[in-house]
Ligand binder design. Structure first.
Ligand SMILES: C[S@@+](CC[C@H](N)C(=O)[O-])C[C@H]1O[C@@H](n2cnc3c(N)ncnc32)[C@H](O)[C@@H]1O
Length: 366
């Protein structure tokens, strides 16, 4: 039931010196305002303080759940459980870490990679986490695993980490895993530019050393039925395609995509050797390897830890647990292909998002 009377939790949480919100609309406004000013932890504490006195307050329950979805994206748990990802990071770090090495990590999450680095014998591991609720949880996890003397978790974004304050000196190894499903969405490029310039010794190792945004032409009947409408139940519904959004994440293989070309690395980022990663635009010719309707391109990621240690969530190799989705960029209209047809794909990224579309001029060449 939703409360209409003031509740007793008026102690520590105030919004600009106003009393704690009472009704659901007021609570919603308070949560939005706290989240917008980067005070998600306080929004959660506010909901929890209401629930302490009114355990059945649905607005507070839903508010707390909504705040958690904003602060702790749902990919965290599958990511922690993704063996292939974890093994690739482990093997990459094993090739670099020796007892004299200080490791700095961007993005602690649960603290998993930082603890791996400590177990592999690093002299010291300093990791930072932008979401303070996650940072506090990582500290508890590190402590529970008995690694708190080796691993320090800073509750701040990497851009606010200071040498001499948070890190005694520049690190020997920079570890990062702030990759979204499209690689760039968690601002990995500016974070690495900044960390390499300020927090890593000249010539220090970066792990992963490189990563790429991968694409291939894609088709498949089930996928097609989820991307385009033609005639349905005797009615011509094709005009709806013009307003259907063209970019769609797919969860593992739920829509049974069929790859219609070899894989192409649309963008490659050499984190080890480059110090800046500008926006880019190119046209990529992709040759069809089979006949059929092509609906667009499917995108995934490839991560090179060190020489010889690679992780890739290739759509042709589905896994039971996977935190990175595949993304479909559909064409305005499906294109009928025969094997050997070449499609020109315009590929762009603005440092935080890639985008793929059929090049207008040279759409289909034999
Ligand atoms: C993809 S998770 C990886 C967590 C952990 N490193 C692992 O691999 O299991 C990335 C985490 O980094 C945090 N993060 C992203 N960019 C960050 C930055 N520039 N500084 C600090 N934390 C960051 C996110 O909040 C998220 O918890």
């Amino acid at each position: 039931m939703i409360s209409t009377t003031p509740h007793p939790a008026t102690g520590s949480i105030k919004l600009a010196n106003k009393p704690t919100p009472t009704g659901p609309d007021e609570l919603k406004k308070a949560i939005l305002s706290l989240l917008a000013s980067g005070r998600g932890d306080e929004a959660l504490a506010l909901c929890n303080s209401i629930l302490k006195h009114e355990p059945d307050n649905l607005a507070a329950k839903q508010g707390a759940e909504w705040v958690l979805t904003q602060l702790v994206p749902l990919w965290h748990v599958p990511m922690m459980n993704e063996y292939e990802r974890n093994k690739a990071f482990h093997d990459g770090m094993a090739a670099l870490i020796t007892p004299d090495k200080v490791v700095f990590e961007i993005g602690a999450g649960s603290g998993l990679l930082a603890m791996m680095a400590a177990k592999l014998g690093a002299k010291k591991v300093v990791t930072c986490e932008a979401v303070s609720l996650i940072a506090e949880t990582a500290r508890q996890i590190v402590e529970r695993n008995g690694l708190h003397s080796q691993v320090t978790v800073l509750a701040k974004p990497s851009s606010e980490v200071r040498i001499g304050v948070d890190l005694p000196a520049k690190a020997d190894i920079l570890v990062h895993e702030v990759f979204s499903s499209e690689l760039l969405g968690e601002h990995v490029l500016p974070s690495i530019e900044d960390a390499k310039a300020r927090l890593l010794k000249p010539g220090g190792a970066v792990l992963p050393a490189a990563a790429g945004v991968m694409i291939a032409l894609v088709g498949g009947d089930t996928l097609g039925k989820n991307l385009y409408v033609d005639e349905s139940f005797g009615f011509d519904l094709r005009a709806f395609n013009a307003i259907n959004p063209r970019k769609r994440p797919i969860y593992r293989e739920d829509l049974a995509p069929t790859l219609m070309s070899d894989a192409v690395e649309a963008f490659q980022f050499d984190f080890q050797n480059d110090s800046s990663f500008p926006a880019a635009q190119k046209t990529i010719d992709i040759t069809s390897t089979q006949a059929g309707l092509c609906y667009g391109v499917i995108q995934w990621i490839r991560v090179d830890m060190v020489e010889g240690v690679r992780f890739e969530n290739h759509p042709g190799q589905p896994r039971a647990v996977s935190n990175w989705q595949h993304t479909i960029y559909s064409f305005m209209e499906p294109v009928q292909l025969v094997a050997g047809d070449v499609l020109a794909i315009n590929a762009t990224h603005d440092r935080t998002r890639p985008w793929f579309e059929l090049a207008q001029a040279a759409a289909l060449r034999q």
